[in-house]
Design a protein around this ligand. Structure first.
Ligand SMILES: [Zn+2]
Length: 157
């Protein structure tokens, strides 16, 4: 569904074009209300771990390092002080997650595994979300890579 997004890593390249394929299901992409950078649309899934009451919609990630806004949906904003883990290159003073899309830390992964007889329910949930196209590793993980290998490593170690 969102394969096209994987190659789009320069959201501010053509600000006046506004025809990113990613934006089609949710309407037009908007510039960040704080800094004006047009960030990639990531949807509500990566926002909800930080902000469980976040409404569904075409949430966007502001990748501008100096901007305090992490996620925004038109005028709604989730800023660096409101996230529970680091997101992309934002909120670097917060815990570093293994999975940037859904904000799971290594500690949470291990605790979840140990409380489910060695079976990680988080990994299952992430795999399901990835297969349904709800992850945005290419935008949210500073490495630009899918987090599944890192999750596997965290669960082994
Ligand atoms: Zn911004």
């Amino acid at each position: 569904m969102s394969d096209c997004c994987a190659t789009e890593s320069t959201p501010d390249e053509s600000p006046d074009q506004g025809s990113s394929c990613c934006a089609i299901p949710e309407g037009a992409a908007f510039p960040c209300p704080q800094c004006g950078t047009e960030g990639p649309v990531v949807g509500e899934r990566p926002v909800q771990p930080h902000c469980p009451e976040a409404v569904e919609g075409g949430w966007q990630f502001c990748a501008e390092e100096s901007c305090p806004v992490v996620y925004y949906l038109e005028e709604l904003v989730v800023s660096q002080g409101e996230v529970r883990t680091q997101v992309g290159n934002k909120a670097t003073n917060m815990p570093l997650p293994v999975c940037f899309c859904f904000s799971h830390t290594a500690e949470e992964l291990v605790a979840d595994r140990d409380s489910h007889d060695g079976q990680s329910t988080i990994k299952v949930a992430i795999k399901k979300a990835v297969s349904e196209g709800f992850c945005a590793c290419e935008h949210l993980n500073p490495s630009g890579q899918c987090c599944l290998p890192d999750i596997h490593r965290a669960l082994k170690g």
